[in-house]
Structure formats: structure tokens, C-alpha cells
Write a protein that binds this ligand. Structure first.
Ligand code: ATP
Length: 238
């Protein structure tokens, strides 16, 4: 469904993503973990069209979509939940969701709106609240809901639990579980490696721009050496 082939992304002289190969198949939850500065956000930004790769290809449903702009990617079925949520603080919850559905017909947008507000009851309660007044956990749900309004075939998430209190972190992982039950295909960057590995099917570990290890999440989860070598203490956070 999503294939990344020999992808390299540079910021001037800095190579932030180096020759990365990975795949995400339909219905899978695949995660990308690694220390700060590994290149994870750069990789997601390149896949979603925010950055252009220097070399390599992004293939979505068999089509070469390398270098496509974010709105083209969205229309092709790939949505990003960015780091720090980036919801529109002055818009209501409803307006944020509707903006997410801009690629849909009016009737499909209403249908998705009903589905998503059922999936996130807290958003239903807050429909006319300005998004800037939401708690961190609610804002994260809104960011995910907004991305789902484009009815993506593949959903990319960048650090969905970042900066949230432990109880809200639990909610985010519950939500990822719900999305899995709904058959969604997810590619998630997450600093809470242990928790993420407990809900993912497969994982890639990135360091210094390169994929250094990959495998079934259950196997990597029990790999103490991996945590010591690549992830440090934060990777083992509960
Ligand atoms: P974190 O977990 O801290 O968000 P990350 O794994 O997402 O880290 P990136 O943010 O992708 O890593 O950064 C990868 C490398 O690229 C780092 O060395 C970083 O300093 C560098 N970098 C990131 N953004 C830029 C930029 N706009 N200009 C120049 N260098 C950048």
C-alpha cells in the first residue's frame, strides 16, 4: 500500500533521511521509533509531501507519488496527523473537522462527520467549542479526527502521545486500538516505544537518518539490547 524506496532527504548539507526502505501493507499498524534527531519527522514530512526528497521514491497504491504536494497526497488517500497537532485554534471543533473533509463531496463529508463524532464522543460534546480551549488529549483526538475526515487509506501520525499526561496517553493508545479494529492502515512515529510496540504489528528503528532494525513489534518489544543500544531510557518509558 505504502512503499518507500531508497529515500534520502537533505536540509542543505545535512542528510536527515538516508536511503530508507520500508513498506506498510493494507490493514497494518507499523511504527517508526528512534531517538531524538533520528530523522523520523523528516521522513513523515517527505512521505506526506511537505518536503521533497533528494533521491528515492514514495509509492502509494502502486503509483509513484514522489514529490507530490500535501493536498495531492491527501486526495490520493494519505493523511498526516502532524507533531503538536496543529489544529486551528480559532475554529470550532466542527469547523476543524469540516476543513479535514475538504476533499470529500458534501454528502460524504456529512457521513464521515457522523462516523468520526461517534468514534470520538468527546468531540461530539464539544462541537461548538473553539479548538484552542480543548485539553491536550481532546486536541489530539481532534487532530486525528480531522485527518480521518479525508477518509485516508493510509494515516501517518507523528508523536501522537507527545506532551500528554499519562491518562491521556492511555486514551491515545486506546484510540489507536480502535482504529486498528476499524481496519485502518497506520504508520506511526512514537517516542513511547514500549507502548507503541504493544499495539503495532511491525516496527522500524531509525537512527542518524537510517533504518537500523526492523521486525515484528512483538519481537522488538522484548529486545532489551535494542532499547539499550538505540532507544535509551526514553524508549523504554511506560
Ligand atoms: P525528534 O524526535 O526530536 O522530533 P526526529 O527523529 O523527528 O527527532 P528530525 O526532526 O527529522 O528527527 O531531525 C533529523 C535531523 O535533521 C536532525 O539532525 C535535525 O537537527 C535536522 N533538522 C530537522 N529539521 C531541520 C531543518 N528545518 N533544517 C535543518 N536541519 C533540520
Amino acid at each position: 500500500m505504502l512503499g518507500i524506496e531508497s529515500l534520502t532527504t537533505r536540509y542543505g548539507a545535512i542528510t536527515a533521511v538516508r536511503d530508507v526502505e520500508l513498506t506498510v501493507r493494507a490493514g497494518e499498524i507499523v511504527c517508526l521509533i528512534g531517538p531524538n534527531g533520528a530523522g523520523k519527522t523528516t521522513l513523515l514530512s517527505t512521505i506526506s509531501g511537505l518536503l521533497k526528497p533528494s533521491t528515492g521514491r514514495v509509492v502509494l497504491d502502486g503509483n509513484d507519488v514522489t514529490g507530490w504536494a500535501p493536498d495531492q497526497m491527501l486526495r490520493s488517500g494519505l493523511a498526516l496527523v502532524p507533531e503538536h497537532r496543529r489544529i486551528f485554534a480559532d475554529f470550532t471543533v466542527r469547523e476543524n473537522l469540516m476543513v479535514g473533509g475538504v476533499t470529500q463531496t458534501a454528502s460524504r463529508r456529512e457521513q464521515l462527520f457522523d462516523e468520526i463524532t461517534s468514534l470520538f464522543p468527546i468531540l461530539k460534546e464539544r462541537l461548538y467549542t473553539q479548538a484552542g480551549f480543548l485539553s491536550g488529549g481532546e486536541a489530539q483526538q481532534l487532530a486525528i479526527g480531522r485527518a480521518l475526515m479525508s477518509d485516508p487509506n493510509v494515516l501517518l501520525m507523528d508523536e501522537p502521545s507527545l506532551g500528554l499526561a499519562p491518562v491521556l496517553v492511555d486514551q491515545v493508545f486506546e484510540l489507536i486500538g480502535k482504529l486498528r479494529e476499524g481496519g485502518r492502515t497506520l504508520f506511526v512515529v512514537e517516542q513511547n516505544a514500549q507502548r507503541m510496540l504493544s499495539v503495532a504489528d511491525r516496527a522500524y528503528v531509525m537512527r542518524s537518518g537510517s533504518i537500523v532494525t526492523a521486525g515484528p513489534a512483538a519481537e522488538l518489544r522484548g529486545n532489551e539490547e535494542l532499547f539499550k543500544t538505540y532507544l535509551g531510557r526514553s524508549g523504554g518509558a511506560a
